[in-house]
Design a protein around this ligand. Structure first.
Ligand SMILES: Nc1ncnc2c1ncn2[C@@H]1O[C@H](COP(=O)(O)OP(=O)(O)OP(=O)(O)O)[C@@H](O)[C@H]1O
Ligand SMILES: CC(=O)N[C@H]1[C@@H]2OC[C@@H](O2)[C@@H](O)[C@@H]1O[C@H](C)C(=O)O
Length: 401
């Protein structure tokens, strides 16, 4: 038997495993690296986050990814070059973290790698009926496995599409397994580049769970800051937006996209919500000459409004519920203040730290959970394909040699 198959078998039989979850999101800020001890599987999954680092990307990385990111036309040679290059770089970043944590690759059962999304296009976005839903992540897992010497599980999204989903959000699988409570209804809200939510009823009935992307979290605000406030990457602590005034006609125009009128579940990305989208909304509302501060104040309320609308929609189905937030948006005080004000049924928003998972690490941890299911668990029985949650096991396995 291939010794890697034997190792897989041994890992799968253990009571608990060490899995490193890797997430490189749409914000392109850095690679989130979460070292998790995972005990059990399925609804008995327990997680201990042993260490977490975000390894920042340098400007060179950001520029290279941006050259192919969320663009319909790109240099295909550049995409081909970046696929292994990102994999090797992510592998090297894991090696750095292991050295920092005094761990050896032999201590680790598996790496779970999301990769870097460079294009996401569900059918209802591209509209070409001969094609289906599609999404593309680069940073090939074989390169991570060889660079680290650790078995790597990657490319999680393709199975979701193959089985009828849009390839996202995948968070719902881990959210259901780890965050379901029999005491309270929960909404898990993640605000990264794109915002999404998972609704977890306290009945723990998997078929009543639902999950969806909401729209832009930070992505347009980040792009605007990067263009007009170089070298800033984002509006730290909402400092710029707080100096501006919301422009109601621009806000109305931003809210006009057909995506917001679609029923849940739905997915989107910076392919749709970007600076061109903002520009078109400014032209429609004759607000091209606003100050940068006013534009950011309006973008901030735009994200908050769509997030609040999604929470209020979910709330209409629920009695009492608690919201637990994660992702970089929780550090944006103006965004959080707006959301709270616009959600009358929400008296406060906690973050997932209250539930034992660092909110900045949450997505990386979720991919570790998916890898654990690939090794030990199996098909997730949601029975909920109408809600975009097919019953599947996700991930492809790469051996280190
Ligand atoms: N102090 C802060 N003030 C304001 N915004 C912040 C702060 N810290 C982080 N952010 C925002 O959070 C973003 C990063 O969020 P996160 O790492 O969750 O995104 P991501 O994982 O790349 O996105 P996605 O989940 O869409 O893939 C930053 O780009 C910034 O917009
Ligand atoms: C295609 C893609 O990478 N989508 C991301 C993105 O970032 C947030 C939102 O859009 C979500 O749908 C997804 O990531 C999370 C981890 C998910 O699948 O749950």
């Amino acid at each position: 038997m291939n010794r890697h198959i034997e190792q897989l078998y041994r890992s799968a039989k253990k009571r608990s495993r060490l899995v490193i979850g890797l997430m490189s999101g749409t914000s392109l800020d850095g690679l989130d690296v979460a070292l998790c001890r995972i005990t059990g599987h399925g609804t008995d999954t327990q997680i201990e986050l042993l260490a977490f680092s975000t390894v920042d990307y340098d400007e060179g990385y950001k520029q290279k990814i941006k050259s192919v990111f969320a663009k319909r036309q790109v240099d295909l040679q550049q995409v081909t070059l970046l696929n292994p290059w990102v994999g090797v770089l992510h592998g090297q970043m894991v090696n750095q973290c292991l050295a920092k944590w005094n761990m050896s690759p032999t201590d680790i059962d598996a790496i779970a790698s999301h990769g870097q999304t460079i294009y996401h296009c569900p059918l209802r976005q591209h509209g070409q009926s001969e094609f289906g839903n599609a999404t593309l992540q680069i940073g090939d897992a074989d390169h991570i496995a060889v660079t680290t010497g650790i078995l790597t599980i990657g490319d999680f999204r393709q199975k979701h599409i193959a089985a009828g989903g849009e390839g996202a959000p995948l968070a719902v699988y881990g959210d259901y397994l780890f965050f379901t409570s029999k005491q309270e209804n929960r909404i898990l809200l993640n605000m990264g580049g794109i915002a999404n939510l998972t609704y977890l009823p306290c009945s723990a009935d998997a078929s009543a769970v639902f999950s969806s992307d909401i729209g832009p979290g930070n992505t347009i605000m980040d792009a605007y800051v990067q263009r007009h406030f170089t070298p800033l990457h984002y509006d730290k602590d909402s400092a710029i937006a707080c100096q501006g005034t919301v422009q109601p006609s621009l806000l109305d125009s931003l809210l006009q996209h057909a995506f917001f009128a679609l029923d849940f579940p739905k997915t989107t990305g910076p392919e749709v919500f970007n600076l061109d989208y903002l520009h078109a909304a400014q032209v429609r509302s004759s607000t091209q000459h606003l100050s940068h501060e006013d534009v950011l104040a309006t973008l901030n309320l735009f994200s908050a409004t769509t997030i609040a609308n999604a929470i209020n929609f979910a709330a209409a189905e629920l009695g009492d519920f608690c919201v637990y937030a994660s992702g970089g948006g929780i550090h944006n005080p103006l965004l959080m203040e707006h959301i709270l004000r616009l959600c009358p049924k929400v008296s406060n928003i906690q973050n997932t730290g209250t539930l034992g998972i660092d909110p900045d690490a949450k997505e990386a941890v979720l991919f570790a959970i998916l890898a654990n299911e690939c090794l030990v668990g199996g098909q997730q029985p949601f029975g909920n394909i109408e809600q975009g949650i097919p019953d599947i096991t996700m991930g492809k396995i790469s051996f280190p040699d």
